[in-house]
Design a protein around this ligand. Structure first.
Ligand code: 7RM
Length: 639
């Protein structure tokens, strides 16, 4: 239920949430179905860290996403699926139908040996069965680990390994734009090094050729025939793991961010309803057009988890899922889909907005876009120009834009306008949601009080959606988020609070970059580059990119003179593509004979970043370098 209806409400609730967070969140949690109510709302310390919400509470999130709605909205559309190919049929599922699909597949999982606590890797294209698989895992208490279909076999096997998954759900392939993406063959390659995986369930989507391993691989459609659509929910503790989602960090190894059942449920539902002002109870029941919400993110990322699947379904909304890409068959596809399905709320990333803006207004003009009520932005700072283009040409100056700042680790939106209620400012995520207590710290960890300050963005109090641990490695969770500044959660972002107290995220302050809205670790890309047999060492940095936000600049040292450097660059690109995936392909590659290093051997990334940005007059002190001459060579050879 929406609880913020005015800016006065917002201020009142914000104050209440700080004075008495437990009462505030208990009130939100009471709106759900619990098998058993909690004994205690919150226990926490940021030192270990150890955060628990709704202690002793028992529930199943899918009962709240599906079963809970059957009395009132069984025949309302829960999920609309728009295929990659606009001529293929749309698929729609009512809440009742989605409930059955999830139960069927939950039984398939059980039949194939899956049980509570197992880790299940999901590597699928954007088809309804992906959402069904996610929910089916949650229904039986298995922990899902969705891996984005754009990652390649090495990234996939790393993630399967780290989580010790025993089952993989995939498809033969997927359609994206004019391409057929092989998925099953990537799984086959990845599983060569993953002995823990005993079963692979394969959905037929592209009908491409696949090899099925006897005893290990089974077809989704065969397995479905063997089961019924009756499946009781597994009763979960509020703090039982719901899912693992891998995210890039400063080291080469991605972190398995862990979210738990109770807090994540309460937080995604609350933020979804309030930020987007989605009130299912005020909409006509039974139809398909009762408030269509479209989040364009892939379910392989946290945005897809929280605002394509869980948040909207918890709220009893109609969620739209799109299989394809914004430019296929042409750059008007998003706008066409909005008209076709009368989308009311549209949530996308600045990189998509910028790339469509660059294609020109001719792709927007044919469409009315008059169903739109709210626009959202997520994933990176939105530049003022893109914000204005979005506001004017898509929202027709009638739709508030919610610029939502949050992270994989926060589970849900943290700093954002409340649609139509908070006065917005282009480029600003504006104000913290109730329950969120941001602070800005200087480099020594002192809180910067008052307004007109800039520092590192931290949180000083837990919210229900906060990361609980990094899978199997709690020390890493502590190190990455709770050690930089004692007793604070550190986001890794820089941020400014302006004269009005509004927050503006200035970007990452660590070695991860957001490339087209995808968070990538530079070390992870370096590892992929170093898979090339002729590369001795590499260093990757980001550089400002007009469309992608950040582009990838790779400095590489080959182990011998390669005559044809163009050929080498092509091979490096292919290597990254093969080991990590197309999303990590460098935009620029510079072949160098050495890298600027300190005497202790540490690469001076600051210098490399400046060169990549073309800011060469201001490289700072290079005299402490092991080999200062190398800087000159790199500057000369800049691409
Ligand atoms: C949801 C998501 C998290 C990082 C975060 C920021 C950046 C996200 C915004 C933003 C400015 C925004 N999760 N970021 N949203 N920066 N304004 N509205 O993106 O884990 O993939 O990335 O993304 O740097 O730390 S994520």
């Amino acid at each position: 239920m929406i609880s913020i209806n005015s800016f006065e409400d917002y201020k009142k609730q914000y104050a209440l949430s700080v004075q008495n967070p437990e009462q505030f969140w208990e009130d939100k949690a009471n709106q759900f179905v619990w098998k058993k109510k909690w004994d205690k709302v919150l226990e926490w310390n940021f030192e270990e860290p150890d955060v628990k919400w709704f202690l002793g509470g028992k529930l199943n999130i899918t009962e709240n996403c599906l079963d809970r709605h059957l009395k009132e909205r069984a025949h309302q559309t829960a999920l609309i699926w728009e295929p990659n190919n606009p001529n293929e049929a749309v698929r729609k599922f009512t809440y009742k139908e989605l409930h059955s699909e999830v139960c069927w597949f939950a039984n398939v999982l059980k039949n194939n040996g899956a049980k509570k606590g197992d880790r299940i890797c999901i590597y699928m294209p954007m088809v309804p069965e992906l959402a069904i698989a996610v929910l089916a895992c949650a229904r039986i208490g298995a922990i899902h680990s969705v891996v984005f279909g754009g990652f390649s076999f090495n990234s996939l096997s790393d993630r399967i390994h780290d989580a010790d998954c025993n089952l993989v759900i995939t498809a033969d392939g997927g359609f994206r734009g004019s391409k057929d993406i092989p998925l099953k063959s990537v799984v086959d390659e990845a599983l060569k090094t993953c002995p823990t995986v005993k079963k692979v369930i394969v959905l037929e989507r592209t009908k491409c050729n696949v090899t099925m391993l006897a005893d290990r691989d089974v077809w989704w459609h065969d397995e479905i025939k063997k089961v019924s659509d009756k499946c009781e929910v597994e009763i979960m503790d509020a703090e039982d793991m719901l899912f693992i989602l891998y995210t890039s960090g400063s080291t080469g190894k991605p972190k398995g961010v862990v979210h738990t059942c109770g807090g994540y449920m309460v937080y995604t539902a609350y933020t979804f309803e309030n930020v987007f002002q989605y009130d299912a109870t005020s909409l006509p029941l039974g139809g398909t057009k009762s408030g269509i919400f479209w989040c364009t993110a892939d379910i392989g990322w946290i945005t897809g988890h929280s605002y394509l699947v869980y948040g909207p379904l918890l709220a009893g909304a109609t969620t739209l899922m799109f299989e394809g890409i914004p430019t296929y068959p042409d750059a008007g596809r998003f706008w066409k889909i909005i008209d076709k399905h009368s989308v009311n709320i549209f949530y996308t990333a600045p990189t998509a907005i910028r790339s469509l803006e660059a294609m020109g207004l001719d792709f927007v003009k044919p469409y009315k876009l008059n169903s739109l009520r709210v626009l959202g932005s997520v994933g990176e700072p939105i530049n003022v120009e893109a914000w204005e283009w979005y506001y004017k040409n898509i929202g027709k100056e009638n739709c508030p834009i919610v610029d939502t700042w949050w992270q994989t680790e926060t589970g849900g939106i943290m700093i954002s306008p409340i649609a139509g209620i908070t006065v917005t400012k282009p480029g600003f995520a504006t104000l913290p949601l109730p329950g969120v207590q941001p602070v800005l710290l200087d480099e020594h960890g002192n809180e910067l009080l008052g307004n007109n300050v800039e520092g590192r963005l931290c949180m000083k109090f837990p919210w229900p959606g906060i990361i609980r641990t990094t899978y199997k490695n709690h020390a890493r969770c502590k190190e990455a988020y709770f050690s930089t500044f004692k007793n604070y959660y550190f986001t890794g972002d820089g941020c400014r609070r302006d004269a009005d107290g509004y927050y503006r995220i200035t970007g990452r302050v660590d070695d991860v970059i957001k490339v087209s809205g995808h968070l990538l670790g530079t070390a992870e890309i370096e590892n992929a580059i170093n898979e090339h047999p002729d590369i001795v060492e590499s260093a990757v940095v980001g550089f400002a990119h007009e469309i992608k936000g950040w582009g990838i600049y790779a400095y590489v040292i080959p182990d011998r003179e390669r005559k044809d450097s163009d050929e080498l660059k092509k091979e490096i690109t292919a290597t990254v593509n093969k080991f990590m995936g197309a999303i990590a392909k460098p935009d620029k590659i510079q072949i160098v004979s050495g890298l600027p290093k300190t005497r202790s051997g540490k690469i001076m990334r600051r210098i490399l970043r400046k060169i990549a940005e073309g800011d060469i007059n201001n490289l700072g002190d290079t005299s402490t370098l092991l080999d200062p001459a190398v800087v000159e060579e790199i500057v000369k050879g800049k691409v």
